[in-house]
Design a protein around this ligand. Sequence first.
Ligand SMILES: Nc1ncnc2c1ncn2[C@@H]1O[C@H](COP(=O)(O)OP(=O)(O)OP(=O)(O)O)[C@@H](O)[C@H]1O
Length: 395
Amino acid sequence: MARVRLENVTKRYGEETAVEDVSLEVEDGEFVTFVGPSGCGKSTTMETVAGLTQPTEGRIYIGDDDVTDLAPKDRGVAMVFQNIALFPHMDVYENISFGLRLRKYDDEEVRRRVEEAADIVQLEGMLDRMPSEMSGGQQQRVGIARAIVRNPDVFLMDEPLANLDAKLRVHMRTELQRLHRELDATVIYVTHDQAEAMTMSNRIAVLNDGRLQQIAAPLTCYNEPTNLFVAGFIGSPSMNFVEGTLLEDGLETNNFTVDLDPSQLSEVGVGDAVTLGVRPEDVHLTRYADSLTDSTDRIGARTDVLEPMGDEVFVYLLLSEAAAGSMEQDPATSPNQLLMSVTPDTEIEAGEDVDVVLDRSKIHLFDTATGDALLHGLTDRSGREPGTTPTEADS
Ligand SMILES: Nc1ncnc2c1ncn2[C@@H]1O[C@H](COP(=O)(O)OP(=O)(O)OP(=O)(O)O)[C@@H](O)[C@H]1O
């Protein structure tokens, strides 16, 4: 059993709290990734599991055992770091087998394990190479093989691909996924790279300021973020946020209103500040919005900057004259701007007056005061649930 459980883990360094009251469970065989901005406590949390950092409060369990007071070597975990330090004077075989030889495994067992690990990371045939004769990605694989030979219950990986170039990172991403599948191992992974987190993980744990914000499947964090922080952090470019005030029959923002029944929102009432969130791909030009089941009223805008990205084009929209000349602001937080993404074949120019609508089923509402999510997807104006199609009775 290699389930990992953190129970109310807090780590303080003097006045500073690096990790605050984090509780979470990683299932046996699960791949869980910690994400969050720099300094949010990802590495520290991982180090408490490895035993490299002692929590100030809280307990760590691996399987049914409380390992909080155990030394790293007695926890059945293996770590892979960003800077894999291979022994430069040893060849690949010696590097991979170093830990086993230290533990006095017999030669035959060592050879069997090293060959098996080299096979998994596809380094067979390279066992007599020196580290200086290998690429960064190959060296990284040696580091991973060194973890595999120990046959750990749990792999802890802290940005293991961060030093590799973009192409190699994508390649290693698929290798790590294969490795996880083949070894059926429990993996806790730390990364800055959202694409890594989204593609490799069964679940991602989003941290901010040392606190766990959400732990859920990647698409759940994307589609149903638990608060403004997760909504803004997951997804690139960021979700648009527009502040508004709740009225008797809708939400009023600087530039547009959205029909809704405030009684749907139990945590807030009429007059309260509510933030509307909508992703760039859920803002549509009216002339292309025929297929939307339900959308907001038209919102007049002027296109400002266009950013062709290859498979999509980002369009910065100014919603009012007041926004002109203020494009240095982040559209994600500016009340008078919206970021829209369109397909490259869309006919659109900078400086054009356009009408856009928002896909109501993709609108998120947040309590501005607490940041907590209130609703993901507005019911349409006839009261249908998001995603359902109109019936004859509706017309
Ligand atoms: N040994 C230490 N002494 C004092 N403060 C520390 C120590 N280690 C970490 N911290 C602080 O704890 C906080 C969390 O650090 P941690 O390295 O866990 O963040 P992180 O999310 O992994 O960041 P990054 O993505 O930049 O690596 C930071 O504010 C950091 O300065």
